[in-house]
Design a protein around this ligand. Sequence first.
Ligand SMILES: NC(=O)c1ccc[n+]([C@@H]2O[C@H](COP(=O)([O-])OP(=O)(O)OC[C@H]3O[C@@H](n4cnc5c(N)ncnc54)[C@H](OP(=O)(O)O)[C@@H]3O)[C@@H](O)[C@H]2O)c1
Length: 186
Amino acid sequence: MMQELLLFGALSVGLYFLLLMTVLKLPRCKSTAKLHRKTAIVTGANTGIGKTTAMDLARRGARVILACRDRGRAEAAIQEIVQETGNNQVIFMQLDLASLKSVRSFADNFLRSESRLDLLINNVDFNCLTTHRDLVLGSNSFQLFQNYSHSKLCNILFTYELAKRLQGSDVTCYSLHPGQYTSDFY
Ligand SMILES: NC(=O)c1ccc[n+]([C@@H]2O[C@H](COP(=O)([O-])OP(=O)(O)OC[C@H]3O[C@@H](n4cnc5c(N)ncnc54)[C@H](OP(=O)(O)O)[C@@H]3O)[C@@H](O)[C@H]2O)c1
């Protein structure tokens, strides 16, 4: 019995690594594009995917605005990004996406202090959708998965509508799934 269990364990681990190296292996971005003289906003950039994105943009030379709700957390991230990339054009602007007042005040500040915007990365998901955390913590309720799916569908529909409204301008819109990433939330 013990031998069978060990064999089963070894086969499962083997299968997991096989899947990891084949089906689950996602392509890496190989772009060497530079972004000097470009300005980017990344929302929720003090941690997780937002921080990694801000780091990459800074490494490519962009001026990066970390649009975050907590100054302390944002400044800690900025310090890390500047240290890692050598780009000191990384700044904090206060934004709490749960408050439209804060969104308007962010937009005013941005328009007053910046002369251009080249990239806007809408990275935040509201914490009020506890779907992600519950899913990861083991709840397998179908309802939770449906909520998660609806939230992702909303992202896609929003992008379609934005693209439609901006038709004829030079602005292009994309929605994407970043793949699985170990972050504060997941
Ligand atoms: N991680 C994955 O595997 C994965 C997979 C698919 C999609 N995604 C999507 O990728 C995005 C980022 O995920 P993540 O895993 O990097 O999450 P995370 O580590 O939890 O980071 C979320 C960021 O959003 C900020 N935030 C939350 N509510 C905010 C608000 N009201 N105003 C301003 N900022 C707010 C957080 O700020 P605080 O630090 O102040 O809380 C934090 O900086 C989400 O939209 C998620 O759905 C992630």
